[in-house]
Design a protein around this ligand. Structure first.
Ligand code: SF4
Length: 535
């Protein structure tokens, strides 16, 4: 069997680093881990070809070669996924669609020949049989009630990737999270009992990347890397030993809940293993908002101290922030801005609260009659429900917030403030000689061509004075900043202006109407999109 694996396109976003990638000569921020994990489960006798639409086009020759086309991904990729399905079917190729988007919003992918919902481990025979015996009628292979044991997961087929296209690569250690955040679909898709791979599996994946020549950053895509603390604590020393034996080839980053800051041993173990950044769902400095969304792990804890503690031990916090909670006061935007600045968080992912179908939030808002149809999955556009705050005020406040946070002066000031806190050497990865051309190109761009080169030089001065070992960090953050600043100015702000211009004049009345809705009712779970970074 000849199988074509197609990664649909992501629209430009904060996460994609699209404006920064050309500076370092790569095309995509992360590879399609889901597809190469599925590829590893397919029969060894199958011929496989991978096309990542974020790196290059899908050609007629690819489709003519294939007997079956496997595609899918997150809800934010749904438009591109639909195009892949249409192109494949136009050439009479069998289409199989899966991933978190279709799993939670199957009705939106009804055009696929075979919908493969849920996780693939332990169910591959079911899929193979469906492909072999497909009758010509659309078929849905439902996810089972049980989540698979991750010991069944083989090493993903990293060899199918053109590694030079990617700024970073991804691996996965665990699925599931024990917490109860109201807006999170991870606990709906993967459950609340974290499942982990063995240390041997993780080391095999790192070894395979090393064998293929990868020597850069590796993203552990786990939604909460420390969800199973006991297991992680056993894994980390083995990872540290592996990194030391191989000359620290990988700089690691991941996502984790904020209770990480309460465990010094765990933080030190992560740093020793090579982690230097962790994405944490801070969500809001407002206690009322955290209570509203059941983010219990962020309550009764000093968030400022937690972030500072992680930074001083060598873990830079990338923060997730949300505006648009029912309890948000009018000055929430200024509160958020002060919090991000005070805590020296260079990368702050700020979005509107949105209800992902299938979540507790979706069920509550559905019960209150506040959901809007036709959401694209983009958390940076207007909310997909009627907010309690006047919507014009909400979008204008959000606009002010992102414009302020991603002004060049504010972004670089946070970078400088972080460097002042970070330990003298917070990255163990050694500079590779092969990286020299990229470093020279990036240095030339940031120091000569960039419109905010003055800010870059100020950051370099801080680095030389306070943390001279962190040139790599400075370059990476300058490139990241190039994207964050340009994306905000050239894409996000114009979109928000368009959203404001399109708001109906009676938007104030809608707020009153929303407040008059009856209390939440329990509704059946509905499918929907998956948030890329929900921790
Ligand atoms: S948002 Fe993060 S911490 Fe909360 S339940 Fe989801 S994965 Fe867990």
């Amino acid at each position: 069997m000849r199988a074509l694996l197609v990664q649909p396109e992501f629209p430009i976003s904060y996460w994609g680093i699209q404006y920064g990638l050309p500076i370092i000569g790569t095309k995509v921020s992360l590879p399609p881990l889901g597809l190469i994990s599925l590829a590893a489960l397919l029969p060894a006798s199958w011929q496989l070809r991978l096309v990542d639409l974020n790196a290059g086009p899908l050609t007629k020759a690819d489709l003519d070669w294939a007997e079956v086309v496997l595609t899918g991904g997150m809800h934010i990729q749904s438009d591109s996924t639909q195009q892949v399905i249409a192109q494949a079917q136009a050439r009479r190729r069998l289409t199989v669609v899966g991933g978190p988007g279709p799993t939670t919003a199957a009705d939106q992918y009804a055009g696929a020949d075979v919908l493969f919902l849920g996780e693939a481990e332990g169910r591959i025979e079911e899929l193979l049989q469906a492909i072999r015996e497909w009758s010509g009628k659309p078929l849905v292979l439902e996810a089972g009630d049980e989540h698979p044991d991750l010991s069944l997961a083989p090493v993903p087929r990293f060899d199918l990737l053109k590694l030079a296209d990617y700024a970073s690569v991804s691996v996965q250690y665990s699925r599931g999270c024990p917490f109860l955040c109201e807006f999170c679909d991870i606990i709906e898709i993967f459950g609340r009992k974290p499942r982990v791979k063995s240390a041997a599996q993780v080391l095999s994946e790192l070894a395979e990347l090393h064998r293929l020549g990868w020597r850069s950053s590796v993203f552990f895509v786990d939604d909460n890397f420390i969800g199973h603390k006991r297991a992680v604590k056993k894994l980390l020393p083995q990872m540290a030993e592996w990194q030391a034996q191989h000359g620290h080839p990988f700089e690691l980053y991941t996502e984790a809940s904020v209770n990480l800051a309460g465990d010094f041993g765990l933080m030190d173990g992560m740093v020793a293993a090579g982690f230097s950044q962790v994405f944490v769902g801070i969500e809001s400095p407002s206690q009322a908002a955290l209570e509203e969304c059941h983010k219990g792990q962020n309550l009764h804890i000093d968030l400022n101290e937690s972030i500072d503690r992680m930074a001083r031990r060598g873990l830079e916090v990338m923060g997730g922030f949300i505006v648009g909670f029912d309890s948000d006061p009018d000055d929430i935007f200024e509160q958020q801005s002060r919090f991000i600045t005070h805590n020296a968080i260079p990368l702050a992912m700020i979005g509107f609260l949105n209800a992902l179908p299938g979540t507790a939030l979706w069920r509550r808002l559905d019960g209150e009659g506040r959901l809007r149809p036709g959401w694209t999955g983009d958390q940076l556009e207007r909310p997909n429900f009627i907010p309690l705050m006047n919507e014009r005020q909400l979008i204008e406040g959000y606009r002010r917030l992102v414009e302020e946070v991603y002004s060049p002066a504010a972004y670089y000031a946070r970078c400088r403030a972080f460097l002042e806190r970070a330990p003298a050497r917070f990255s163990r990865r050694k500079f590779q000689f092969s990286e020299l051309p990229i470093a020279v190109r990036a240095l030339f761009h940031m120091s000569v061509r960039s419109p905010w080169r003055r800010e870059f030089w100020r950051l370099m001065a801080t680095m030389l004075k306070r943390n001279p070992q962190s040139l790599g960090w400075v370059m990476a953050h300058a490139i990241q900043g190039e994207h964050l600043i340009r994306y905000t100015r050239e894409d996000l702000l114009p979109r928000l202006d368009a959203a404001l211009a399109a708001l109906p004049n009676d938007i104030g009345e809608r707020r009153t109407a929303a407040r008059r809705q009856p209390p939440a009712a329990v509704r059946p779970r509905r499918p929907g999109p998956r948030s890329p970074h929900p921790v």
